[in-house]
Design a protein. Structure first.
Lengths: 260, 260
């Protein structure tokens, strides 16, 4: 049976890698990559560094271009745009698996952070396997190797515990935060916020803990009262993004930050 | 300056350890432990295994007994009981740090999973440092090393992505879930549920993905429609807990599981 591994490689620091991830990398006959445009060079560099360091005797990488995606869609059109883009991506993945994996071959995807948070690879693979089996193929095994998420890296950089005593934590997106801080959760981690939504929140008594390029030499951290530091974060973020050509950032919003 | 490291060692699999965690372990002069009663033997065994494997030339461990805690409190009394127990625990930690760390000494706590989720160590240390500085001490540096959380381990074991496309994920406790599935979040990870709260939820069209002793040879996984598998989970859980003397489990509840 063919096997496809989805390996979490951590949030940017090569030393976020786990021993389990290294063992999984050593099982792979081929590494599948997706060309990510602007982010590509840094991503490819980290991947190359990890493979050079941990996989002896060389390795094989097969890359596919990332399909175009409508990034201007909003509302339900946003969801449709993402699903459409994922469907086209699935076609590329399916072709790579069919072309590159022998009967007992092992392929691997290296993904940022942890495969279970805001990464679509596992969903795509499950869909491809389903389609393969539905058309008479024998499918393939899927394995997921957990990693240090950018959420964990953010918390560590700020020495934070995400939850308060007995409390909940919501992990959400910038798009959803645009509707305002949720009423019944006081600790909110926000991912994928290209629009600096935090800066438009009117809330007082909310602290923000923000981080970009977490775990890398370019890591930037800003924290403080949301209303007092939001302009600084917007400024720092725009400058960093212009300099590097891309940015990955995340943050925690904490209501009533004085409470344990 | 003295330094205290809080090192996430992953959810139970020794290979969840990161290279960053190993580097941090090698910086420590002393490892602080807390006697956890029933869980103690397994916890101490994993800690010993990790230290034996990764820290050359021997290591020093100092243990303190864990203070008694009122586990029957509920409502606001629960929060007070946890805070009271953490305050007494803080006294023990403060004494260990004062007694065992020289002027530039490095101490370390090894914690399950990731230090930022439902682990109080960072909060206790911040409080101890504050009290130390307030009484004329020079305090100490605190560093946090992220790890693979039990949430990530649960997701990997079930090959799950926790969020749906563009959706949110709530991480909460069994106590809070007792009020019912939240209305506006469809993916809910539940920790610290000693009362099998899931079994009392009336909801249809909810899937559960449950795991215990994640990442260990004792790992148990059950998943399916909540109403169909809840009795099996309660049964399996009770049996496992009786056999081992303790259990650590977590689960995802997913409303409308057919949707991407």
């Amino acid at each position: 049976m063919r096997t496809v591994l989805v390996i979490g490689i951590g949030a940017g620091d090569p030393d976020h890698l786990t021993f389990q991830a290294v063992a999984a990398m050593r099982r792979a006959d081929v590494f599948f990559g997706i060309d990510k445009g602007a982010v590509k060079d840094d991503l490819a560099a980290l991947r190359g560094e990890l493979l050079d360091r941990h996989v002896e005797g060389g390795y094989r990488v097969v890359d596919a271009p990332d399909p175009e995606r409508d990034r201007d869609a909003s509302g339900t059109a946003y969801r449709d745009a993402v699903l459409d883009w994922q469907d086209r991506r699935a076609g590329l993945y399916a072709a790579m698996i069919a072309d590159e994996l022998g009967p007992d071959g092992v392929g691997a995807f290296l993904v940022w952070g942890d495969p279970s948070l805001y990464d679509g690879t596992l969903r795509l693979l499950a869909g491809i396997r389903e389609a393969d089996v539905a058309t008479g193929g024998e499918g393939f095994d899927i394995e997921s190797v957990p990693g240090v998420s950018s959420v964990a890296a953010l918390a560590a950089a700020h020495r934070l515990i995400l939850n308060r005593v007995g409390g909940s934590v919501l992990v959400t997106t910038g798009r959803r935060l645009a509707a305002g801080m949720p009423r019944d959760v006081d600790d909110v981690v926000v991912m994928l916020d290209g629009a600096t939504t935090f800066a438009s929140l009117p809330d007082d008594d909310v602290a923000i803990y923000w981080g970009a390029y977490l775990g890398t030499p370019d890591e930037i951290l800003v924290s403080g009262d949301l209303q007092k530091v939001k302009d600084e974060i917007v400024r720092v973020r725009a400058r960093a993004r212009e300099r590097k050509g891309w940015i990955m950032d995340t943050y925690l919003l904490r209501r009533d930050p004085g409470r344990r």
